[in-house]
Design a protein around this ligand. Structure first.
Ligand code: NAP
Length: 291
């Protein structure tokens, strides 16, 4: 990319590494934000085959990119190619944001931070709340750690493969000794009990995601108590079956688009030393999703 004769100076280059990345809304979201702030920066999406990840990172160094986001399937694998990985990203076990500091590539994870920021935007308090996380993959790891650090009372991690829920619970517990962290199997009687007492339920599985929109990770929405908040990290569709059923039930719902916007806005802290403009990013992400 050439900076041309921009009065703003040479364009800083940023981008997303993933596979596939064709449907990502991140370029639209970040480029709209750069324009709104009159910044000379450009964000692209780069489809990188797993076997090419090291070469892609070498290329990023050679081209002097300012920063990157990383998505499926590279979030874990990329860590070994970086010069440094922040402790929280190590705890989560995944990097979604990279900043190039004078040729040194530093890895961070803003998924959990973005999740907590999006709760704050919706004025949802989590301190002292019983939270249930559905799933134990990458998103669940980030959400679980940050909810534990935010002071929930009890954290129940429910997963189809119960061993993964158990492993995540064991990883999270030392970071928050005062939180009771439990692991249960998805759709088990133990999960039922946890849902009946939940103040916050977070779906971190792809169940309900396009094109499988008929699926939901919660079989009986009526189990949830009145006043519970239902958060779906899935954002395609904006209203999943889980969120629709929760809304009809009268529960407070939040779409994963909010987490997507906030993880992106938090990445700006590493790239530019300030938070991204969330309302511009939200509008652009929504337009890209609906476009
Ligand atoms: P991941 O690491 O592959 O983990 C997927 C999780 O979902 C695992 O716990 C897996 O259970 C479970 N799962 C998958 N298919 C299932 C099925 N058919 N039935 C029951 N459980 C199933 O994926 P991830 O990176 O955590 O992403 C999960 C979701 O989070 C994605 O849909 C993505 O849209 C969303 N996400 C959103 C954001 C955002 O910014 N809004 C950010 C990251 C992720 P097993 O352990 O049994 O395989």
């Amino acid at each position: 990319m050439s900076s041309g004769a921009s009065p703003l100076g040479p364009a800083r280059q940023l981008g997303l590494l993933g596979h596939p990345v064709g449907h990502s809304v991140s370029p639209a979201m970040h480029n709209a934000a750069f324009r709104s702030q009159q910044m000379s920066a450009v964000y692209g999406a780069f489809d990188v085959e797993p076997g090419q990840l090291r070469a892609a990172i070498d290329g990023v160094r050679a081209l002097g990119f300012l920063g990157l986001n990383v998505t499926i399937p590279h979030k874990e694998a990329v860590m070994e190619f970086l010069d440094e990985v922040a402790p929280t990203a190590r705890q989560v076990g995944a990097v979604n944001t990279i900043v190039n500091r004078g040729g040194r590539l530093m890895g961070y994870n803003t998924d959990g931070w973005g999740f907590i920021s999006s709760l704050e935007e919706h004025r949802i308090r989590v301190a002292g709340v019983n939270a249930v996380i559905l799933g134990a993959g990458g998103a669940a790891r980030a959400v679980a750690l940050h909810l534990a650090l935010a002071g929930v009372r009890r954290l129940t991690i429910s997963n189809r493969t119960p061993q993964r829920a158990e492993a995540l619970a064991q990883d999270v517990q030392p970071a928050a000794p005062h939180v009771k962290v439990d692991a249960v199997e998805a759709l088990s009687p133990e999960e039922r009990v946890a849902l009946m007492d939940a103040g916050l339920v977070v779906n971190c599985t792809p169940l309900g995601m396009h094109p499988n929109e008929a699926a939901s990770p919660v079989q009986e929405i009526n189990l949830l108590p009145q006043g519970a908040v239902v958060y779906d990290t899935v954002y395609r569709p904006l209203e999943t079956r889980l969120l629709r059923e929760a809304r009809i039930r009268g529960l407070h719902t939040v779409s994963g688009l909010s987490m997507l916007v906030h993880q992106g806005a938090c990445a700006w802290e590493y790239w530019f030393g300030r938070r991204g403009p969330t309302s511009v990013m939200q509008t652009a992400a929504l337009a890209a999703l609906e476009g």
